[in-house]
Design a protein around this ligand. Structure first.
Ligand code: NAD
Length: 473
């Protein structure tokens, strides 16, 4: 298999080049380096038709058979992870080690997902009667994923949807289509033809998919603005929908922390993957007693760690992933500077046409500043002082988003009490970015609609079916 050419879609067990192409840019150079298929409406129809045709047999396979196929798919992905990593870096921008990490974690996700099973509930339903509730698959799932974790966030959908007995058509982001196309080639024979389909295309393809009457469910990860369009589109046919959307996560740092221990963890929780993580800490609230000490440590790290082409061994951070995001981040920085805020820049970045942005800490901006209120999704971290716990919780919760958050303290009970008052689906204490296949992940407020991961996430790909019958418990 050539990992650097010949990118084709997977439709009905066949690799399909399609007639038209979209260009794929390496964000570290700003140059086009490959093309991917631009799926035509007829090819999408064929993928949906194939998935519909494969559904009856796939749902009839036993759970242990489906679990075994998912594990085998994970093994195949792991076996090719090292070959895929350079391609991942070239299209996504993240340095090689992190690219490999995502690929290996995705392989493991297939395995962990395969260990799950939908629950069966039996209840007494009157004299000599029981009600037995099982969960049945929905049909064909439409999965749409973003560019920041292009493989893992696709596998978060593929693995549970297939385990549940659905068939699927997946569309990765037009900014990062290549790894998922190669993974389609790797997994071509891992499932019966039509069970797994992968299509790529430009901006028109997503809306075409969400409006397609052949899908029973849409699982979408991306921005809140797009999520609202997806929900509207799904509403027309009452398709089931799961939305994992944006976040503007707050981290609260109490004065009792050991700064030498936590500074690097807080730093990475904000800036890993050039801060393009839905659950990155994007607003850092630091107690006034340690504000300067933590700020100086974070600035020291920003100056010491290299931002560069992810193919270079010593690059810790890569570029911002695409031109659109780069322009957005530059705009936020320019307006913050123009408004007189103090911006502290980290290490110098290459000036080569790539989408590089220096790691930037905004020193105690006003609470209503654009850099605080908006999800930057780039390496800008607003850092604000606080003195009172109740007040900082109010500030943390004053967001339309509610994805995740973090609390840093040696007092675990106090930190837990704060965590429970945060209006988000996930809160980490003295850690961050820890997400697991067997633990539910749900955005509150405008960060989401529904759940991914855990049994709750699996059940989003199923509906309950109850049979009342004579019997006893
Ligand atoms: P995006 O909304 O621009 O695109 C996401 C996907 O939707 C892409 O595949 C895109 O092609 C497709 N799309 C675009 N318009 C569409 C439409 N009208 N109908 C259907 N599909 C459409 O988001 P992005 O810029 O790729 O990703 C960044 C955003 O994703 C950030 O806001 C980030 O916080 C969020 N995100 C959330 C999670 C989570 O789990 N909550 C995880 C990662 C990223």
């Amino acid at each position: 298999m050539d990992f650097h050419a010949d990118y084709r879609m997977l439709i009905n067990g066949q690799l399909v080049a399609g007639d038209a192409r979209i260009e794929v840019v390496n964000p570290a150079t700003g140059q086009v380096f490959a093309t991917a298929p631009d799926c035509a409406e007829a090819d999408l129809d064929e993928a949906v038709r194939a998935a519909q045709a494969a559904f009856p047999l796939w749902r009839a396979t036993s759970l242990p058979e489906r679990q075994a196929m998912l594990r085998a798919a994970g093994d195949l992905l792991r076996a090719h992870a090292a070959e895929l990593a350079p391609l991942f870096t070239r299209e996504q921008g993240r340095p090689l080690q992190g690219a490999l990490g995502e690929l290996e974690m995705s392989a493991q996700w297939f395995h962990s997902c395969a260990d799950m099973a939908p629950p069966v509930h039996r209840k007494s339903a009157g004299e000599g009667q029981i009600a037995e509730t099982v969960h049945v698959p929905l049909g064909v799932v439409c999965a749409i994923s973003p560019w920041n974790f292009p493989v893992m966030l696709s596998v978060w959908k593929l693995a549970p949807a297939l385990l549940a007995g659905n068939t699927i058509v997946l569309k990765p982001s037009p900014f990062t289509p290549l790894c998922m196309l190669k993974i389609g080639e790797i997994l071509k024979d891992a499932f019966p033809a039509g069970v797994l389909n992968i299509v790529t295309g430009g901006d028109a393809l997503g809306p075409l998919m969400t409006a397609h009457p052949g899908f029973a469910k849409v699982s979408f990860t991306g921005s809140t603005a797009t999520g609202k369009q997806v929900l509207q589109s799904c509403g027309r046919q009452l398709k089931r929908v799961t939305l994992e959307l944006g976040g503007n996560d707050a981290a609260i740092v109490l004065p009792d922390v050991d700064l030498d221990e936590v500074a690097i963890k807080i730093f990475m929780g904000s800036f890993y993957n050039s801060a393009q993580i839905c659950v990155a800490s994007k607003r850092l609230y630091v107690h006034e007693d340690i504000y300067e000490a933590l700020r100086d440590r974070l600035v020291g790290l920003a100056r010491a760690l290299k931002v560069g082409n992810g193919e270079e061994a010593d690059a810790v951070f890569g570029p911002v992933q695409n031109r659109r995001q780069f322009d957005r981040v530059q705009g936020l920085l320019e307006r913050a500077r123009a408004a007189g805020m103090t911006l502290i820049e980290g290490a110098k970045v290459p000036d080569n046409g790539g989408y590089f942005v220096p790691i930037t800490i905004v020193d105690n901006p006003p609470e209503d500043a654009e850099v605080v209120v908006e999800e930057a999704f780039g390496p800008i971290l607003p850092m604000m002082r606080f003195s009172d716990i109740d007040e900082v919780i109010t500030r943390a919760n004053a967001s339309e988003y509610g994805l995740a958050g973090a609390v840093w303290s040696k007092d675990i009970e106090a930190a837990t009490a704060i965590a429970r008052r945060m209006e988000t689906g996930t809160v980490w204490i003295n850690q961050n970015l820890n997400l697991r296949p067997d633990v539910p992940f749900a955005g509150h407020k405008q960060s989401g609609f529904g759940v991914e991961n855990g049994t709750e996430g699996l059940l989003e790909y199923m509906v309950p079916q109850t049979v009342y019958r004579p019997g006893s418990l």
